[in-house]
Design a protein around this ligand. Structure first.
Ligand code: SF4
Ligand code: SF4
Length: 367
């Protein structure tokens, strides 16, 4: 599992690291349809560091078009945000970059879709995703209140259009089940096409990510043709034991020698081979939800679940009544009439926390 990383302090310095892309992308001429999949979680401006930075996409497009000579009509940028993809595309300034290079942007909700059955559940995937023979996956380095971390494997969840994403939490309410869904989706997608991931970790997010944590200048770009290798290195870099993250754990499976399978290369002016233990680390603060779920075994968690696990609550002073949380809650637990969350219905998927742009969903533990 080959994985490259570079320490890059600022987006202005990316041009110097074209050698990282030279190593990551092989013969690009063989691909007919290239889909670029950034993380545009919602309508957040670049300085919130929730979405893939426009300068990062600029770097990738400039490299593909100007350095590698890929024709523009073979490339499309596509995404489905949690809500309002069109607006997210504008506010995140990804639109400006697509326009600069005359590349089309496709909100997957507007695309045709293909029905797929995964884990006995029917879901749909954008047809453009299915028709692509290369996905250039551009995740953002962030912690996540439900999945602990969001990276290369998780970013592909955005290939499912629109409102279906939060709804699937109803079918996969437990963290373990949801992680299994993410893994099956990744396995399904990678079977039919190549997925090359290049992570924007120049600025990442710690704490209660993926949208309401704290931005951190984490100074790293990680790239791999193997999403698991990228996620292992990224989670190690931010201070996790990589197997703390369930998608990593499931994909590693019984490969007890997974550390030996990693081939880590640090790309600077020269390229140096590194052991995992020699990779520098920037330890991110973990989400509030991480500690209990990592310390206690599942059967104890089940017993205390209703009392001690962090639950969402609407902060009335911050809430702007935009209605997003009410709309996306998969079990209809939120009422904006009285700004209450029905705790008997809530399945703790944290979609409301993830989608609230105003940080008005608080996570509190009730004893
Ligand atoms: S809690 Fe957040 S998402 Fe929900 S209505 Fe208020 S501002 Fe909107
Ligand atoms: S209230 Fe929030 S955490 Fe609870 S089920 Fe609805 S979206 Fe998920």
């Amino acid at each position: 599992m080959k994985v490259y990383y570079s320490i890059v302090e600022d987006y202005n310095l990316l041009e110097r690291r074209n050698n990282l892309l030279d190593l990551t992308f092989d013969n690009l001429e063989k691909y007919n349809r290239i889909l670029i999949k950034p993380n545009i979680l919602g309508p957040y401006p670049p300085d919130r560091h929730v979405t893939t930075h426009p300068a990062f996409l600029d770097w990738i497009l400039r490299y593909l078009i100007e350095v590698r000579g890929i024709e523009r009509d073979r490339i499309v940028v596509g995404e489905s945000s949690g809500f309002s993809t069109e607006r997210a595309y504008e506010v995140s300034r990804i639109k400006d970059i697509c326009e600069k290079y005359h590349i089309s942007f496709l909100p997957f909700e507007r695309d045709r879709s293909v029905k797929v059955k995964l884990l006995n559940t029917s879901l749909v995937i954008s047809k453009t995703v299915m028709d692509s023979d290369l996905i250039v996956n551009l995740p953002k380095l962030k912690t996540h209140v439900l999945t602990r971390y969001t990276g290369a494997v998780k970013n592909l969840y955005g290939c499912i259009p629109g409102g279906l994403k939060p709804k699937l939490h109803k079918h996969f309410p437990r963290e373990q089940d949801f992680a299994q869904l993410l893994v099956e989706l990744y396995r399904f997608l990678v079977k039919g096409r190549e997925i090359v991931s290049v992570m924007d970790g120049i600025w990442g997010m710690e704490g209660n990510g993926p949208s309401n944590g704290r931005p951190v200048n984490s100074k790293v770009v990680i790239a791999s043709r193997d999403a698991l290798a990228l996620d292992i290195l990224a989670t190690y870099y931010i201070g996790y034991n990589p197997t703390d993250v369930l998608t990593n754990r499931i994909l590693i499976g019984k490969r007890y020698n997974w550390k030996d399978d990693l081939d880590i290369l640090e790309v600077g002016e020269d390229v140096k081979r590194r052991d995992l233990k020699d990779v520098p680390r920037i330890r991110f603060r973990k989400p509030l939800t991480f500690y209990l779920t990592s310390i206690l075994p599942p059967f104890i968690l089940k017993l205390i679940f209703s009392t001690m696990i962090e639950k969402p609550r609407i902060d009335r002073r911050r809430c702007r009544r935009c209605g997003v949380c009410e709309k996306i809650c998969p079990v209809g637990a939120i009422s904006l009439n009285n700004l209450e969350i029905d705790r008997r219905k809530c399945i703790n998927c944290y979609c409301c926390h993830e989608m609230c742009r105003f940080n008005a969903i608080r996570l509190t533990r009730f004893l």
